[in-house]
Design a protein around this ligand. Structure first.
Ligand code: FAD
Length: 332
């Protein structure tokens, strides 16, 4: 396996910030990965997928591992369901396209989310009322410290909203994911935007749902090739009862939903907009004019400039509404 040295990471993150990695490797098999971990046992390690949920603020004096395991294969099926294993390096949206073209349902609402299959469980990617946790049977990974292969059942992944055991502990490298998809499909009217996009079709099929989502996302989200970004920058905050009540006295129209026990979810985009940051630009960083939750890069190569702008938003929202915004994006 080729180990590259002093690699510029700018092309490997969708925010296009600059940072040098001392070492960079792309293991294609579990054996190669285990050998790599053994050889470089003493180097600090960082795992990089497609770089769509991450940006760099500093050089990395260690080994960047970019898993390169490929392949999509059926491992079992019956009349109703199919189980498919996909390699960590498979492009997520190609995987969705593969499932839809085979008429396997379960991931169509996650169409056009940029990134790799291996990163999908990390923050339990979600969109249009669906989360990847609902179709994951198991995650196959290698423990960084010991080099041992480990399998996580769905329950062992401890999935939550934009979170999992992998994100919390950062002790594993995901090499493969096994999904369980349904061979039948019935469109359920759960999401207003999507219902609207499909209003002229009486019984939408899987391909029509995927195409509708691709159309909506293409309209709504900035193209990261021309306007570098990492999608939603902040998580939607979960409030306590007291925080919720305080917010509603300040902003009676704030959207608030029951989340989990004693928790209330509100919209980060709404708060950022109310704090006056929608479409605001400071130097080479700003929020997208059509979507306050997306921070966009107008030309900086410094991750620190993005971090400074992030702090401006966090401070302003906290001072005005008493709500802390936590980044969804991984800042290195
Ligand atoms: C325009 C745009 C729209 C987006 N829309 C959505 C959306 O609708 N819903 C959503 O949930 N997300 C969305 N995202 C965020 C992003 O697409 C997802 O988080 C995606 O899963 C990132 O995949 P990646 O391969 O690029 O991971 P990276 O950004 O490379 O890595 C993300 C994290 O996972 C870790 N990681 C990556 N691969 C592995 C692995 N094999 N093993 C262990 N750790 C690993 C990294 O260390 C890092 O902490 C969007 C991003 C953009 C740019």
């Amino acid at each position: 396996m080729n180990i590259q040295q002093n690699i510029q990471l700018q092309p490997y993150n969708s925010f296009r910030t600059k940072a040098i990695a001392k070492l960079f490797a792309q293991p294609e098999t579990v054996d190669e990965l285990q050998e790599l971990l053994q050889t470089y046992a003493n180097e600090p390690k960082f795992i990089l997928g497609g770089g769509f949920n991450i940006f760099f603020t500093q050089d990395f004096n260690g080994l960047v591992i970019n898993p390169a395991m490929r392949g999509i294969r059926t491992i079992s099926e019956n009349t109703d369901f199919v189980e498919i294993e996909a390699g960590a390096a498979e492009d997520w949206d190609n995987f969705v396209a593969y499932c839809v073209s085979h008429r396997y349902s379960g991931v169509e609402n996650l169409s056009l989310i940029p990134g790799t299959v291996g990163a999908a469980p990390i923050q339990n990617i979600g969109a249009y009322g669906a989360e990847v946790k609902d179709v994951i049977v198991k995650v196959i990974a290698v423990e960084i410290e010991s080099g041992k292969m480990v399998e996580f059942s769905n329950a062992e992944c401890e999935f939550e909203y934009r979170n999992s055991i992998f994100k919390r502990t950062r002790k594993h490298i995901i090499t493969h994911v096994v999904f369980r998809l349904s061979k039948s499909f019935e469109y359920k009217e759960k999401y207003v935007d999507l219902n609207h996009e499909l209003k002229n079709i009486t019984t939408p099929n899987l391909s029509q749902v995927r195409e509708a989502i691709i159309r909506i996302r293409t309209r709504k989200l900035p193209d990261y090739n021309s306007l570098p970004n990492a999608g939603s920058f902040f998580k939607n905050p979960i409030l306590t009862k007291e925080e919720k009540e305080k917010l509603l006295t300040l902003l009676p129209d704030a959207p608030v939903y029951n989340a989990k026990e004693d928790g209330y979810k509100t919209s980060a985009a709404y708060l950022i907009e109310k704090a006056g940051f929608k479409g605001k630009r400071k130097g080479d960083v700003g929020t997208y004019e059509h979507h306050a939750l997306i921070i966009v890069n107008y030309g900086t190569e410094s991750g620190q400039e993005i971090v400074n702008f992030m702090h401006d938003i966090q401070n302003s929202v906290f001072q005005q509404y008493g709500v802390s915004l936590e980044p969804e994006v991984w800042i290195f």
